[in-house]
Design a protein around this ligand. Sequence first.
Ligand SMILES: [Zn+2]
Length: 402
Amino acid sequence: MTLLDDARGLADELSQLRHRLHQRPEIGLRLPRTQDAVLEALDDLDLEISAGSEISSVTAVLRGGAGEHEPEEPRPVVLLRADMDALPVHEEVDVPYRSVLDGAMHACGHDLHTTMLIGAARLLDARRSTLQGDVVLMFQPGEEGYDGAQKMIDAGVLSAAGHPADMAYALHVMPNMMPRAHVSTRPGPIMAASDGMFVTVHGAGGHGSTPHLTRDPVPATCEMVLALQTAVNRGVDAFDAVVVTVGSLHAGSRRNIIPETASFEATVRTFDRSVRRRVKDLLIQVCHGVAEAHGLVADVEYVEEYPVTMNDSAATEMGLEVANSLFGADRTDVMSRPITGTEDFSRVIDRVPGAMLLLGACVDDNDPLTAPSNHSPHAAFDDRVLPDGAALYAELALSQLT
Ligand SMILES: [Zn+2]
């Protein structure tokens, strides 16, 4: 029996578990039902488990049984990460196991990641005697904007085996963009860094009929929003990708009242550390400069949120070799470009060499090119990739440790 055969033998069990998780999605850092479900699913395995109390994390260490090691000589450690949280989205997918909770949905497929890593734990447990090192299974809450990865790092997940992990991998399922059961990744940047900019423009309000007696923050703010795009367009190399999106803009209460302030928020995505610094400086300068030109003052808060998800070249190559060996070269490919989403797994592979791999999970009724994306209320993920994902997680560890 191959690893993939064994994984396929778990298919029904994994689908049922995924359906249970999918029906009751939990958002943020506190996922008590999900944490219980993970602990229950791992209960019959010989693992060193620590469950978070402040946040609903689960860290499980699987000790390999092969190889002679001096006590002081550290054994190699591979970390495998699955995120577990859902999104504040009302599910519109018509499946028997759709979310029973209004306004909560596993719209990013993290229920599949959780299930696949549990499958991997079973597969690795059965092969424990061949492992010449240890595996850390990182079940993480709060990926969707809560920085759960950093919180688990602060709590010591990277050294859960007793010494630092040598390699780290994460999978992400995709309901679109790629065919079902295909594995894609790339060396270097695979997902963007994300920063937030919060700007308040202070003027002096008054009657809308007499703007000359006020200092109107509204036109200045409008200019800023447009000038941000021009600044990036003129100030950054055309081959360095940058996205600046003003997603929130507020001013005033009535058409004939000039407000005291206007404010907006922007998200900024970049793929390179030096470009990130350059863009930050440019955007802040534009806001202050435009405000000053209007005789106004701008408060600019610039928050560096998540780093670039930077795949290590060697780890990526090994990941692709593993996917090729499991599924064949016609089901793997190297992405020509990164995607502009953000991942807090970037925190992990900022510290440990590693890689994130994408796994296609498009359902039969959808075309990957037009299917609803992650975070859509219509995002649909096919259960049939669960054994593939479990086998892939497991083999990423086995290939390093046997
Ligand atoms: Zn996600």
